[in-house]
Design a protein around this ligand. Sequence first.
Ligand SMILES: Nc1ncnc2c1ncn2[C@@H]1O[C@H](COP(=O)(O)OP(=O)(O)OP(=O)(O)O)[C@@H](O)[C@H]1O
Ligand SMILES: [Mg+2]
Length: 454
Amino acid sequence: MSARILVVDDEPNQLVTISRILGRQGHEVLTAENGARALEKVRAEPVDLLITDLNMPVMDGMALLREVEELPARPATVVLTGYGTIQSAVEAMKHGAADYLIKPCNPDELKLVIDHQLEMRALRTEVANLRREVSRHQQRYGALVGESPGMREIYRLIEAVSRNKSTVLITGASGTGKELVARTLHARSPWASGPFIAVNCGAVSESLLDSQLFGHRRGSFTGAVQDQEGLFQAAHGGTLFLDEVSEIPLGLQVKFLRAVQEREVLPVGATRPRKVDVRLIAATNRDLRAEVEEGRFREDLFYRLNVVNLHLPPLAERPEDIDPLIDHFVREFATSYGVSPKQVTPAARERLALHPWPGNARELQNVIERAFALSDAEQIDLDDVEPALSGAAPRPPGAASPSRPARVLPLEDAERDLIAAALEQSGGNKNEAARLLRIDRQRLYRKIEKYQLG
Ligand SMILES: Nc1ncnc2c1ncn2[C@@H]1O[C@H](COP(=O)(O)OP(=O)(O)OP(=O)(O)O)[C@@H](O)[C@H]1O
Ligand SMILES: [Mg+2]
């Protein structure tokens, strides 16, 4: 390994001898006769290694070490010392010198010490570069995990749309990471320091959603005791995340369209619209196009929202992401439970790999959390995951994802399986299961009875 080395000594003989040895070993050598001159040189042009005497006029070796310590491209430093002054070499090492050489130094010793220091420095640089790389990667995709082609495509799209303000529609089944993607998009955008405001459009009544989103004037309805700014305005200069956007009642969709189109809102009871500057991200686990066809969602609003579509594939379609997600959630829960990360046994991993994951990443997250909550063991074994998975049979290896059945079933069996899967995904919540199946509750109750799923 050849390097640029600066040798500092007030004895010209020493400089000549050491320079000659280093030159023969293939290094580029600079010299200086005191600390002040040396400092000028390293400031002008960085060096890889500095070898310095301690006792020198003008600026001594210790003072030089202290100054060099502050430099952005700090070289490795080695001090030269006589037999009688080893104590000061030790002192110098406390001040940042990496090693010392005793005068007169012989070529072999010089080579040994220098090579070692250069190697250490190369390692340090490499580690620093890797750290930077990792943190750049984390900044880029937030906490998103997975290197499957499907996730890579998501990263590519995030990269492409984060810089502009186009409206983004994130689609994908429940638990696939839609909200996480929305947050990542915001964090990667130029207005990341602005607010990120999430609204669940399905959680409240039409009138409440109206005043929540658009605000209201004092006295515009009973209970409106003061002017209230809506979430659209609160998100000004940032991102407004409209979760479960398919649930916006038809009656509100026109008002919504206007807000999206004109970037202005009309608070309930107000006569004058307010301008807002927000990036809109909408998310849904429904097929919004089908909602349009069935007359439940305005087509014009759909096109306004669906400018860029990010579709998150279900976990079962990207099985290579399961292992990295297991590790990610294990680290996450180890941190939040304040324990060291647990090993996941190969048997447990194999079982998790075969699960069809109807609840996607969130379901996997729940399985790992359960293992942390219920067991103190240092590893997560088959027994710790199996009970949480019992609802669904393991996917036969190599079989197609559950959305494309591998074989044709009698219709009744298929219906029974679908209803069981919906109940599992909804955690036994029949309202939610009915919603997933898009049938009404009464009909679901009849089917549950028929197939004795209750
Ligand atoms: N690719 C991923 N990497 C890391 N964590 C993920 C990933 N995908 C999902 N998660 C985690 O899984 C959980 C569920 O994700 P999220 O809430 O974003 O899903 P969602 O699609 O919004 O679900 P829902 O439709 O039910 O609202 C979150 O805790 C999220 O952090
Ligand atoms: Mg969500």
